[in-house]
Write a protein that binds this ligand. Structure first.
Ligand SMILES: C[S@@+](CC[C@H](N)C(=O)[O-])C[C@H]1O[C@@H](n2cnc3c(N)ncnc32)[C@H](O)[C@@H]1O
Length: 313
């Protein structure tokens, strides 16, 4: 594909070369990019001659998929649908998506990439409500359906809220923050990011800035995002489907951005006898990449190779 014909992607793909090395895409084989976003990783895979089934549950990602389809046509690619397909859906349903595009849910893929979490576009659009640094409605849904973060904050019981902040935000002050949220919502529902941030800042112990590495709202926002999008449940189901979908010698590559995600990936690679880790420890971005793209700071890349079934198994 002619790279100069491509539309610049607003999201800078993380650890791109290392993902490509680990996925080792071969010409004309099918790979799945379960987290298409702005398509940075997909474009690089296509440029290596691979075919890509791209999936993203955010309807906004389809605009980037359409741009990529246009670029393929402009570059004179015969039958673009034979090289690139996009499905707006959850990667947890990978098996069903494979069937939709005529691929077998078992043994048909030579690689699966999951670049977890949110994209820069999602974080930067205040009206999506993902970022504690941007004003907007307290939404955080990657899809347009289901309960929003405002529904969780205003309707969940104190105990459930505190448990979610503890479990999914690994927030030390979960009960204290949940108590402040419940007290505030009794006065008035909390419907915006800035209102929630104010409540958290007021309730957080210690002087603002004093010895704090984290913004006091970061862990609560992480917890709400995970709950609203069932991120860990989707990851468990997506990984299981990916392991089934890989052909022998196919590669699974996952970029995780916090310890809860990384732990799930690590456990899968430890427990599945048919997946051989590519490296003993997760790979991280170089200091130069982190300086150029701060999003890469927390990235941990784990990869694995699908092994042939044991004879007699
Ligand atoms: C970090 S971004 C991916 C960026 C992409 N690699 C690129 O280079 O542009 C993560 C994307 O995955 C999507 N996503 C997160 N969880 C998902 C899930 N369970 N199923 C499908 N898409 C998901 C988000 O909507 C977001 O667009």
């Amino acid at each position: 594909m002619n790279r100069s014909a491509t539309t610049p992607a607003p999201h800078v793909p993380v650890m791109l070369e290392r993902c490509l090395d680990a996925l080792d895409p071969q010409p004309d084989t099918w790979l799945a990019d379960g987290t298409f976003g702005a398509g940075g990783h997909t474009r690089a895979l296509l440029a290596r001659g691979a075919r890509v089934l791209a999936i993203d549950q955010d309807p906004h990602a389809s605009e980037h998929a359409e741009a990529l389809q246009r670029d393929l046509r402009t570059a004179g690619v015969d039958e673009p649908a034979e090289r690139f397909r996009f499905v707006c859906g959850n990667f947890a349903d990978l098996s069903a998506h494979l069937e939709t595009v005529g691929l077998r849910p078992r043994g048909s893929l030579h690689g699966v990439l999951l670049d977890l979490g949110v994209s820069s576009m999602q974080l930067d659009e205040g009206e999506r409500g993902f970022a504690f640094r941007h004003e907007g409605p307290l939404d955080m849904r990657m899809t347009e359906a289901g309960p929003s973060a405002a529904d969780v904050v205003n309707e969940w019981s104190f105990e459930d809220l505190a448990a979610a902040l503890h479990r999914f935000g690994e927030e030390r002050h979960s009960r204290r923050l949940a108590r402040a949220i419940v007290a505030e919502r009794e006065r008035q529902p909390i419907t915006t990011t800035e209102r929630l941030v104010e409540v958290l800042l007021r309730a957080y112990p210690g002087r603002p800035g004093a010895g704090r590495r984290d913004h006091p709202a970061r862990r609560t926002f992480q917890a709400l995002r995970i709950v609203v999008n069932d991120e860990l449940g989707a990851l468990e189901r997506g990984l299981a489907a990916a392991a089934e979908a890989l052909a022998v010698d196919g590669r699974l590559v996952v970029l995780a951005y916090h310890s809860l995600e990384d732990r799930i990936v690590k456990r899968l690679l430890r427990d599945r006898a048919d997946l051989e880790p590519l490296t003993k420890r997760p790979l991280e971005a170089s200091p130069a990449e982190v300086a150029a793209n701060p999003r890469a700071r927390s990235a941990k890349l784990r990869g694995a190779r699908k092994l042939a079934p044991e004879v007699g198994a």
